[in-house]
Design a protein around this ligand. Structure first.
Ligand SMILES: [Zn+2]
Length: 472
């Protein structure tokens, strides 16, 4: 642990505390640990995957426009700004970013909790919490062996070693895994032992239904997969299925114990919506993420001096920006016209492609209805018509040149053109279909939260969290 350079970090923390009245206020309200230093017994780490400043702002405007009010974490007392570069590049993926947040060390894209050579393993804050006798939970709307959740329990030279990551989940000794399920749980060829079977041998209960999870008592570790892979976009989620907030609430109930807990909750599909440049899917997934944060805020009211809540992102996705003139009323009025994600619209396009009458005139009312695009300019109509022509070609017959990729990325041309037009009407634009190197926001409150003020690198987050774990 000596290589973690916690001492300089602590000195900086003290400096922050001296110069910031807020920090002093928080410092005095935090519970001292065994050796008189600050610590947090109940730690919540919320990761909005791909959630940059603009994503938070869009969610806030949509929420205000809908009459729901501000989102829960935008007014948290501590604000930070975090850089996200990797060991060798400016733009991170979720594996390298998750590694930095969980372990405090940089690595290369694609690698989980190992050094850039893929040989040395890093200890994570979640593993350390487990070893200190705290309970540990991992909740995500993505699949459980995806990079962000895996960064807390697994070591792999490649994030796509899904099966091996699943095996490490079963071996983790963590207490609660929920949200999405384990993908490829019998391996790529489907011929290996089921990861859930391996987990059962380690004492896990695998609970498939709402009723089973509701009836579960604290004790045996639990895996509660809401799906075979990731959860659907929240706007596509079937009625009656469990939300990210409900998985978080059950997690809190099952993990709560006198030794404390560490709970990581990821809004994983936020990233996917941004990759698709689908602003409506984004604001709904942000609302689902915000609802999960509210569960932690409710818990924090019962143990305010011992609870830390940190809300941050691993990186920004889409190079999203919001027009300075965009209003809450406008963002809500425009985006609320779209009732299903563009992924669902992809399937409509697929059906249409296989149908008999494949004219743009027949598709236009479907676009209008799906996205509420009732008034279109001549330029927008031309863009839709060009995209439609591409979308009607079989996928393997599209000429994916530079121009095509710049316009549509790897997505269905008509879907991405429609969501981009809708976004523009709301004042939202995108500059890419991938991750950006932008700094991301950090929000924090509660025990030890003053350490998250200011500007720092993503590796600091892992180190501060480890520092704040109660000692045993
Ligand atoms: Zn991504």
């Amino acid at each position: 642990m000596t290589d973690l350079k916690l001492v300089p970090r602590f000195q900086r923390f003290l400096k922050n505390a001296v110069f910031s009245f807020l920090a002093v206020l928080l410092l005095t309200s935090a519970a001292p640990g065994a050796e008189g230093r600050e610590s947090a017994k109940y730690i919540f780490l919320f990761i909005g995957d791909g959630m940059g400043e603009a994503q938070v702002r869009a969610a806030e405007l949509y929420s205000l426009g809908s009459g729901t009010g501000k989102i829960s974490f935008s007014s948290m007392p501590v604000r930070g700004k975090m850089s996200t570069s990797t060991a060798d590049g400016a733009v991170t993926d979720s594996a390298a970013a998750g590694t930095a947040l969980a372990s405090g060390f940089k690595t290369k894209n694609g690698i989980l909790n190992m050094d850039p050579s893929g040989t040395k393993r890093f200890l994570t804050v979640a593993m350390l919490a487990r070893d200190r006798g705290m309970k540990v939970g991992i909740v995500t709307s993505s699949f459980l062996n995806d990079a962000t959740p895996a960064a807390f329990y697994a070591w792999r030279p490649s994030r796509t070693d899904w099966y091996e990551i699943g095996e490490q989940l079963a071996e983790s000794g963590f207490d609660y895994f929920a949200g999405g399920g384990v993908t490829r749980r019998r391996g790529r060829k489907g011929n290996l032992r089921d990861v859930y079977g391996l987990a059962r041998e380690k004492g896990y209960r695998v609970l498939g239904t709402r009723e089973e999870l509701a009836a579960a008592k604290p004790g045996a570790p639990i895996i509660a997969p809401g799906s075979a892979g990731a959860l659907p976009y929240d706007m596509d989620r079937p009625k009656g299925s469990l939300s990210l907030a409900e998985y978080t609430r059950h997690g809190i109930r099952l993990l709560d114990n006198p030794e404390g807990f560490f709970l990581m909750v990821e809004g994983g599909t936020i990233d996917w919506a941004c990759h698709r440049n689908d602003a409506a899917a984004l604001v709904h997934d942000m609302a689902a993420f915000d609802a999960a944060v509210k569960e932690a805020l409710a818990f924090a009211q019962t143990r305010p001096k011992e609870t830390l809540i940190v809300v941050l992102a691993d990186h920004e996705t889409g190079g999203m920006s919001i027009d300075g003139t965009a209003s809450a009323a406008q963002v809500y009025a425009v985006l609320s016209n779209q009732h299903r994600s563009s992924e669902v619209f992809d399937r409509k396009i697929e059906e249409f492609r296989r149908g008999k009458d494949r004219s743009f005139e027949k598709m236009l009312p479907v676009i209008t209805e799906t996205f509420g695009l009732h008034s279109l300019t001549e330029g927008e109509l031309n863009d839709l018509r060009a995209a439609f022509a591409q979308s009607m070609k079989p996928k393997d017959q599209r000429k994916r040149d530079r121009n095509y990729l710049r316009r549509y990325g790897p997505y269905e041309p008509l879907s991405v053109t429609a969501t981009r037009i809708l976004g523009r009407k709301a004042g939202i634009t995108w500059s890419s279909f991938g991750h950006s190197g932008a700094d991301v926001p950090v929000f924090a409150q509660g025990a030890g939260s003053a350490s998250f003020a200011g500007e720092y690198d993503n590796t600091e987050v892992g180190r501060i969290l480890m520092y704040l774990l109660p000692s045993r």
